[in-house]
Each structure stands twice: as C-alpha cells, then as structure tokens.
Design a protein around this ligand. Structure first.
Ligand SMILES: NC(=O)c1ccc[n+]([C@@H]2O[C@H](COP(=O)([O-])OP(=O)(O)OC[C@H]3O[C@@H](n4cnc5c(N)ncnc54)[C@H](O)[C@@H]3O)[C@@H](O)[C@H]2O)c1
Length: 250
C-alpha cells in the first residue's frame, strides 16, 4: 500500500466506525491525517478511536446525521477540538428495506432519505463554512451505483443515492472557485455489515451484475476516496467516480 499525503489534514469521516468508512479512516490514519469519527454507535466509536489512536490524533462525535441539531453540535465540537477542518467524507448511510414501490413502507422511505441525503446536506452545510475560512477543502460523498442505475426493490436507496450524486454536482459548482472540491464515488456491492440489511436475493442480484464476478473490498473503496481527499486532485470537482468492477457503463 502506498502512503498518500494527508499530513496534518483534519478529516471528518461520518460512518467511520464500520465498513467503508472504517477502511477510509484507517487509510487516513496511515497517511498522516488527524481524524474525527462521526457515528451514532457510541460503543463502536470508542473501540475504533482506541485502535486509530496508535497512529493518529482522533476525535469522536456521537451524532445521528439525520438530526440537523446534532450535526451542528458535532461540527462545532470538531472545529473547536482541532482548530480547523480540511476534509469531509460522508460515508454514514443505510440500505433500507427491500420492497416493491407499491408496497414500500412510507416511514422507511422517509428514514432512508433522512439519513442518506438529508444527512449529507446537513454535514456539508455545517462543515463548508469551516473550509471556506481556511480557503481549502475536500469533500467526498459515498453514493452508489444504485443511484445511477436504480436497483429493483431498492427504490428508496436508489433515489437517495441519485440525490447524493445531484447534490455533489451542485455543491461542486458552488465551491469551484474556492479551492474546495466536492466529488462522489458510486460503488457496486461491497462486503460490509450493510449487506445484513438486505435480502440474499438482492445481494445475488447485485453480484450477478458485476462483470468482475465478486464483491468490492473496503480497501479498494478507501484507496480511491482517500486519493480524492488529497491535494493532488485539485482540478476535479463535481465528479462521479466509478467503483463497480465493470458494472457502470457511464
Ligand atoms: N457496502 C455496499 O455494498 C455499498 C455499496 C455502495 C455504497 N455504499 C455506501 O457506503 C456507505 C457506507 O456503507 P457501509 O457498507 O460501510 O455500511 P456499514 O453499515 O458498515 O456502515 C455504515 C455506518 O454508518 C453509520 N450510520 C448509519 N446511520 C447513521 C446515522 N443516522 N447517523 C450516524 N451514523 C450512521 C452506522 O452506524 C455505521 O457505522 C453508505 O453510505 C452506503 O450506502 C455501500
């Protein structure tokens, strides 16, 4: 594994205690960053903070990203703790239930959107002003191939991730002249605990759509995301990066 240059950068990773977010936090810790882990799981925050503290300065915020008030508090606490914020990775998210649209529970539809897209809006809304203060920033949102293609029985998830893609393009343009880039990645299925939320039939559907014939690895997602968080990607904003083992065709 090569070492990326995140020396001295203060990086927030929402959902940073599990799956893709955890792999990103680990790669950042190996790359010289200070890390603020934002998650709603207090026990996992404590455990992962203990692990990463061996390599990096670590701060934690127990936060439900679907609560705007909690996100405001977490952003203030992180800025006060480190004195600056350079990077925001939005990885916290849920898959939601599998069901046809005409049978989809309305409260579940709203919950998935509250977390996956409203939460991403809240974190960006609160963190961007800290980046503007320093004239530098990198934001990476974890969208999904489902947001480009639409997976059957996952309309709420697909719709929320399509919204993340559109949101990324809008914010990228808004910040284009401020040295703050905003990009997203669109993974196909990756082996993480989120797959426990969906049916085996749905996992089989996603797997057979991947030309490489396997699930993605969290380290593969972390490699691209962390590279997008470095200074090297200075001419790239509003971008949508494929991580799909060949599934994406556009
Ligand atoms: N694993 C996949 O197949 C896959 C594919 C494409 C995109 N993604 C996206 O990648 C991101 C990470 O997923 P993962 O597979 O690592 O899942 P995961 O379940 O392993 O991790 C998600 C993390 O988000 C946290 N979280 C969930 N809701 C939250 C909330 N309201 N507030 C704060 N924290 C919350 C969870 O506690 C958990 O730590 C998600 O946005 C997901 O949609 C995953």
């Amino acid at each position: 594994m090569n070492r990326l240059d995140l020396n001295g950068r203060v990086c927030i990773v929402t959902g940073g205690v599990s799956g893709i977010g955890l792999a990103i936090a680990r790669r950042m810790a190996d790359s010289g960053a200070s890390i603020s882990l934002w998650d709603r799981d207090a026990a996992a925050l404590e455990k992962v903070a203990r692990e990463l503290s061996a390599k990096a300065k670590v701060h934690t915020a127990q936060v439900d990203i679907s609560s705007y008030e909690q996100v405001q508090t977490a952003a203030r606490a992180t800025a006060a703790h480190f004195g600056r914020i350079d990077v925001l990775v939005n990885s916290a998210g849920v898959a939601g239930k599998n069901a046809m649209v005409w049978e989809y529970p309305v409260d579940e539809w709203i919950r998935v959107h509250d977390i996956n897209i409203h939460g991403t809006f809240y974190t960006c809304r609160e963190v961007v002003p800290h980046m503007q203060k320093n004239g530098y920033g990198r934001i990476v949102n974890i969208a999904s191939i489902a947001g480009k293609e639409g997976n059957p029985t996952a309309s709420s998830y697909s719709s929320s991730k399509a919204a993340v893609i559109g949101f990324t393009k809008s914010l990228g343009k808004e910040l284009a002249k401020q040295n703050i880039t905003v990009n997203c990645v669109t993974p196909a299925a990756v082996k993480t605990p989120i797959l426990e939320q969906v049916t085996q039939a749905h996992i089989d559907y996603m797997l057979q759509k991947i030309p490489m014939g396997r699930l993605g690895l969290v380290e593969e997602i972390a490699a691209m995301v962390c590279w997008l968080c470095t200074e090297d990607t200075s001419f790239t904003t509003g971008g949508v990066f494929d991580l799909s083992g060949g599934r994406a065709t556009y």
